[in-house]
Design a protein. Sequence first.
Length: 457
Amino acid sequence: MAAPRLILLAAVAVQLLLLPAARSGRVFSVADYGAAGDGSRYDTAAIQTAVDACAAAGGGRVLLPAPGDYLTATIYLRSGVVLEVARGARLLGGTRQQDYPRESDRWYIVLAENTTGAGITGGGEINGQSGAFVVTPSEKKNIMVSWNATGDCKGDECRPRLVGFIDSKDVRIRDITLSQPAYWCLHLVRCDNSVIHDVSIFGDWNTPNNDGIDITDSNNTVISDCHIDTGDDALCPKSLKGPVYNLTATNCWIRTKSCAIKFGSWSSFNFKRLVFDNITIVDSHRGLGMQIRDGGNVSDVVFSNIRMSTRYYHPSWWGRAEPIYITTCPRYPNSKEGTISNVQFINITSVSENGVFLAGSKHGLLRNLKFKNIDLTYKRWTNYTGGLYDYRPGCEKMVKHRTGGMMLEHISGLEIDNVRMRWSRGSLKGWDVNPILFRPSTIDNLSFHDWQSVDIQ
Ligand SMILES: *[C@@H]1O[C@H](CO)[C@@H](O)[C@H](O)[C@H]1NC(C)=O
Ligand SMILES: *[C@@H]1O[C@H](CO)[C@@H](O)[C@H](O)[C@H]1NC(C)=O
Ligand SMILES: *[C@@H]1O[C@H](CO)[C@@H](O)[C@H](O)[C@H]1NC(C)=O
Ligand SMILES: *[C@@H]1O[C@H](CO)[C@@H](O)[C@H](O)[C@H]1NC(C)=O
Ligand SMILES: *[C@@H]1O[C@H](CO)[C@@H](O)[C@H](O)[C@H]1NC(C)=O
Ligand SMILES: *[C@@H]1O[C@H](CO)[C@@H](O)[C@H](O)[C@H]1NC(C)=O
Ligand SMILES: *[C@@H]1O[C@H](CO)[C@@H](O)[C@H](O)[C@H]1NC(C)=O
Ligand SMILES: *[C@@H]1O[C@H](CO)[C@@H](O)[C@H](O)[C@H]1NC(C)=O
Ligand SMILES: *[C@@H]1O[C@H](CO)[C@@H](O)[C@H](O)[C@H]1NC(C)=O
């Protein structure tokens, strides 16, 4: 435990030492550059001119004063510039494709590329107006527009993200609300040394792909005191063109119709040294998840002091109410198989409608998983049918199977120490339950110490 604790201490030190710097420097108010703040005229030019003036002056703050609704096309942040959306002010993202640059991987309302020390703060809100992107509202899942007519983006997920930091260092985001993204919300790409603190994210509950925080190919990221309430995955490290090293997330509250903490499913490179501590997960479709599909290896991960409840939602959302869901099943039959090793689950309490799912693959074994001080309650409270293992995306898709407290497949090294399973029999009618279920595969080096499976009311 020494290493993770060190990361946590380092995280606190970084916040104390570096964040106040964002509050210093000259202030450039967009009001002085002609911003209307009326929510209907575009203030893009005023905001961008203020950002560029601030950068030219060596950095500082660009203030969006309250009250005001500042409608804008993409704003490009610069090194040393902190965008300060005052409490009571809102930055509204444009809802037309022409509001965004040509390349779809640069479709963000606020975009920082190649910056050092850029940030966002101020207590106000950045809002993506996702309602304008809904074609057909549905309580199951909204059908959304897709800007794919020009060919600059292909498929059915062509919508702008909210905030992006790409190839940037010393990113500082704190005390801000990010609402209604049309697609992903806060995205770090190839960043190093980022601090995200006291950020609240509110996505539409029925809108697909409105992830909370996606951390792609980035190192040394510290996330703390966040509140994430959204339809799609909430905290989501991904590796597409490079690895993810040293990510710490603490003191967060999460609710999602998908997976609360999810590794992948982009997973071509390695994930190493990630710590998730003191997290509350409420009514989510999945709790702690790893969908390693593309040959990256995951190692040295700690999940500690986590409370959660996981339940079924409409099956068009990935997830089957698993509190813990770990898989290396390859995306395509010819994909590489990554391994997952040295993962610790410590002090975890869950109330869930399904069991723990641990499925390695033939060449991608799960190695040395440890479960210590775990309290798993199994209970049904929604009407959705169970009895399915969900391997999506790709892989075996949905597989009919009996339900187990823990399902194990392709594992070498599993240590169970003080694990309690509680079965709420009254609510589990028709559930043919087994505390532990094995699928035919390599199962090696299991150790059980102080393991109990008991019925409760
Ligand atoms: C970022 O830096 C890379 C490499 O130096 C360069 O190719 C790219 O054009 C830069 N992008 C922007 C938006 O400045
Ligand atoms: C464009 O998006 C629509 C809406 O999601 C989808 O039905 C269609 O297949 C997409 N077209 C292309 C060429 O990807
Ligand atoms: C993260 O660290 C790894 C290992 O040192 C390195 O290969 C990668 O380029 C780093 N990524 C960034 C964005 O700094
Ligand atoms: C990860 O953190 C450790 C400990 O702080 C540090 O030694 C290492 O260089 C970091 N890795 C990367 C890729 O920055
Ligand atoms: C855990 O996080 C919550 C916020 O979600 C915070 O109020 C509480 O103080 C944290 N507990 C510890 C021990 O840090
Ligand atoms: C994952 O580990 C395997 C086995 O050690 C190795 O062959 C493969 O290159 C690793 N993958 C990456 C992305 O480093
Ligand atoms: C787990 O909980 C115990 C008892 O509350 C505490 O002493 C221990 O430090 C916790 N472990 C971790 C890794 O937080
Ligand atoms: C489950 O179905 C019953 C009967 O069809 C209905 O009364 C109840 O409201 C449903 N519960 C939920 C949580 O949907
Ligand atoms: C068995 O698993 C333990 C951890 O649970 C590990 O320390 C040990 O090296 C493993 N032994 C073998 C032979 O793989």
